[in-house]
Design a protein around this ligand. Structure first.
Ligand code: HEC
Length: 137
């Protein structure tokens, strides 16, 4: 008698669960990207000009120039500085002879990058799982 009761409960749960699964619909909310069309163009230019040969993102890349993860927010006038560097180059950074629109796109990409992370992580904690958790930098 007990076994039959358990079996009936299991069958009932299965039927209810299947009913819920098959009627709950399959629409998924599209994730909204932080990457605007302009920033996407900047990302492409970043690859085309091989900026990563000299610069790092999240600490990875070439080491001739500075890390660009937070180039925009590191200083008060980050965007203006980036624009100036991209416009004229320096003794060490080549002048890529970019159009104004290309410079704007690259700055938009760097601004996007800035919002994705903080690098280097200076304020962190090692969790009980042994992983590292960034605190608000
Ligand atoms: C040949 C190496 C080289 C390449 C390629 C290069 N850069 Fe640089 N960049 C540098 C160096 C070196 C500096 C530091 C300024 C200096 O010492 O003259 C710099 C500085 C900068 C700065 C200012 C950063 C800051 O916080 O002061 C930005 C922004 C920047 N580069 C963006 C770019 C972008 C975007 C590209 C690709 C289009 C690029 N760089 C390609 C070498 C390079």
């Amino acid at each position: 008698m007990e076994k039959q009761l358990i079996l009936i409960c299991l069958i009932l749960s299965f039927v209810i669960y299947s009913g819920v699964i098959y009627t709950s619909g399959t629409t998924v909310n599209e994730p909204t990207s932080l990457l605007s069309e302009k920033a996407k163009r900047g990302k492409l230019l970043f690859h085309q000009h091989n900026c990563i040969a000299c610069h790092q993102i999240y600490g990875l890349g070439g080491y001739m120039g500075p890390d660009l993860t937070n180039a925009i927010s590191r200083t008060k006038h980050g965007a203006v500085v980036a624009e100036a560097f991209l416009k004229s180059g320096t003794q060490k950074m080549p002048n890529f002879h970019l159009q104004k629109e290309e410079i704007d796109a690259l700055v938009a990409f760097l601004s996007y990058l800035d919002r994705t992370s903080n690098y280097p992580v200076t304020n962190y904690e090692i969790t009980y799982l042994g992983t590292v958790e960034a605190k608000n930098n």
